[in-house]
Structure formats: C-alpha cells, structure tokens
Design a protein around this ligand. Sequence first.
Ligand code: NDP
Length: 469
Amino acid sequence: MSGFDFDLLVIGAGSGGVRASRMAAQSGARVAVVEAGPLGGTCVNVGCVPKKLFVYGSHFPEAFEDAKGYGFEVAPPRFSWDTLRDNKTREIERLNGVYGNLLDQAGVTVLHGQARVLGAHEVAVGEARYSAERILVATGSTPSLPTFPGVEHVVTSFEMFYLDALPKRAVVLGGGYIAVEFASILQGLGVDTTLIYRGPLILRGFDADVRGFVMAELRKFGIDLRLETDVQAIEKQADGSLQLTLHDRSGEGEDERARGETATLPADLVMAATGRHPLTAGLGLEAAGVALGEDGRVLVNEQFQSTVPSIFALGDVINRAQLTPVAIREAMAFTEAQFGTAAVPPVDYDLIPTAVFCQPNIGTVGPTEEVARQKHGPLAIYEAVFRPMKHTLTGREERTFMKLIVRRSDDRVVAAHMVGPDAGELIQGIAVAIVAGATKRDFDATVGIHPTAAEEFVTMRTPTREDPL
Ligand code: NDP
C-alpha cells in the first residue's frame, strides 16, 4: 500500500471517471473521485441520456399522424413541454443516485467540489488537500461558442435541457452531431427550426452519400437548412425576440455577385452546437508540468499517461473521440494496465460504430467511401434506397438508405452506413460482423429476417459501382 491518501484520485465523475474509479476500487485500490456537479457527467446529465429521452418525445407527433393510415382516429394531441422536461429531470436524478450507489458499493470515496492539481501527487478540493499515487483527469469537454456580436444571446446544449418554454422559432448553429440531433428534436416537437451551417454539406467526417441523403431527409422533415451561411451578428429586439444577420458565403471565390450578401432571420431561440473543447481550464495542469495541446487537451501516450508520469487522462479531455463508450473503453484499458483489472482489447479508434439520433437516424461503422479507397484500395459499393414498409400505409415520403463498402482484394466488408429508423440499433450488430472481419460472402450467406429493413444488408447482390482491380 502506498503512503499516499489514495492509490488513485480521479477528477471528474463522468462516464470515463466513474468506470475507472469503480474498476480500480474493485481491484482493491484506495480510490477517490472528485466531482463539482451531479454524478454521471455530460452523458447522464446534459448529453446522451436526456437527449435520447427528448428524441423519443419528438417522435410522438409523427406517430400520431401515422396512426391514421392504420385506422386510428386520434384527436389532435396536446403537448406539454413542462411534463417532458420534468419527467426527464426526474429520471436523470434517479440515475445520479444510481451512480452514487455504484461508487459507494465499490468503496470509492466521493469528494464534492472543484479539483485543482497542485503537483504530481497532490490535488486540492476546496480547502482540503489530498495526496495520490496516481491522478486521473477525466473532466470531459464543454461547448465551444463562435465569436460574433451578440453571441451572449445564444444558448448551448446545457440550457436546452432546462428551457422554461419551447420557442416558436428556433435557429441551430453548426452541422455536427449535436446540431442535427437538436434540430430534429425541436422540429419534431413542433418548433419552426432553421439549421445554419457554414459549409456546403453538414456532418463533416460522415460518408458523403450519407451526408447528402440526410440533408434531403431533414428538409423533408421540415427543417430549413441554410448552407454556406455565417452568422454575423445577433441583436435582441424590443419584444425579446432575436434578429440574426446572416452572411451568404456560397459565391465566395467564384461568384463576385453573391459575395458579401446579407440577410436577416428572426428567431425566439438560438442554440450553438459548434463543437466541444476539452475541459482543462483552471485545473492547474500546466503549472504541474502536464503538457496540453492547442485545444486544451491533455497530451497522453498509449497508456493514457501525460508528460507527468503519475498523471493520466482519458475520455473527452484527451479529445480522441468524444463518445461515452470510447471513454469507458479507455477507462478499462487504463485500469487493466495500472491495477491489473480484467483484460480488454485495445480501443480501435478506426472502427468505432456510432449513431446520430436525427430524424431519421444515422448508424455507421467503418470509414467513409473516400477514406476506405485510400486505405483499402479498389472497392465494391453496394447501396439500397427504399421506403420503410411502415410508410406504405402512412403515406410519409421518408426513405431509408443503406450502404456497404467492400474491399475487392479479399472481399472484406470494411464499412456499413445507414440512414433510417433505428439505424443505431441495427448497425451495432453489423459492427460486430465487421470488427470480426466478415466478408461480403459471409453477409450473402446470412439468411435475412423478413420483412425487416435490416435484411437489406444481407440481400444486396449487385454492386452499385466497382473500382477496377
Ligand atoms: P461537432 O464537432 O460534431 O460539430 C461542430 C459543428 O460546428 C461542425 O459542423 C462545425 O463545422 C461547426 N462549427 C465549429 N466552429 C464553428 C464556428 N466558429 N462557426 C460556425 N460553425 C462552427 O461537434 P458537436 O458540438 O456537434 O458535438 C461534439 C461531440 O459530441 C461530437 O464530436 C460527438 O463526438 C459527440 N456527440 C455524440 C453524439 C452521438 O454519439 N449520438 C451526440 C452528440 C454529441 P465544420 O464541420 O465546418 O468544422
């Protein structure tokens, strides 16, 4: 046993911090976790979990409409935002308690307060000081705001979970995960929603076909997508509403006439979803000798060790992939190496399945077609576009898109992308096959489950296009 107060002191009780604390404590280590807010971090409190509850809520209006095609006459339903918001909050508070119990049962000491690293083995929490053989920084990330006059009128995902009332007209800034998810939630709940993105195609990093397809679906869903548009300023009006000044950048570089054109857009709420940066400010890390990247991330090696050998970091604060399951896997790899907990395979950052809960959902595993071609050489691409069977009776125009990317040299399926209902649920199983190295022949040999959307993944026989070998 070390002469320190704790063998491990974790800063941040989010997804990564809680998992690392529990695993280390269960292996017999003396562990403390410091948390300034409620237990569970971003995912539980202001991220994945409450977001998904709002996503479920936002699908009901569509379900009521769709019910007509199936013979149900539903009186126009009334929606109470207060009920959804408060029921969500109650569930989050229940989860806060569950996290507290899990930490208690594992024997982890929970220290409430703001942590500050004083040195390689020392941390202050308020007035108290603690020594630890190892310190783990798992403080996560926080929203980044753009800079323009009037940005103080903008809210972030934090506030969206506790709005007093839903606005009539909302504007969402950004074209990433959070922007498309919240635009879908707002539009689904009946808010007139505009999404403003600076580039020509939202969802940078996703497969180009997925990006184009999702944009068309979001527009069908009623979201006003304004592309190649910057916000220049936001002004508060006398009646409390907001006025955005927009700048069209679509003609920049090519068309002199479009350059510099501005327009105005009224709104009741503007939400920025313009990325998240690692939360290291005020932690005292640099003074303690920990090297940080330009964006504030803790720089770590393969063992999640910073430039100070006793200080480690993982999760959003190292900014490799800002995803809860990745933070959890990193925490397990960390505790395996440092405390001898159960062995886990290393995190394969190139093959992370993920979903975006926009309407309809995106599910994806493996690289985009463009990246796959660079990495794997000649490809065969299989695609399917169809109307989900449910909508044959509802009349809804929504379409589903599926795509398999196959490496021609050895028939390996290297990626699967989908846009459609429950894409996240469906892609998880496909991801197991791809991680295990399944070939297109294995997909073909798998009997489909009929009638499902998923069966398309095992019945796509003819490539849409093929690179020459
Ligand atoms: P993303 O990095 O995904 O997207 C940020 C968006 O904002 C991009 O479209 C970016 O444009 C744009 N942007 C950035 N800076 C500016 C600026 N100054 N002015 C205008 N636009 C700007 O971040 P999010 O905030 O959407 O999400 C953060 C992370 O959270 C994600 O990376 C994801 O890992 C995680 N997350 C995961 C979810 C899930 O798994 N379902 C759900 C929600 C979040 P450009 O592309 O041009 O840079």
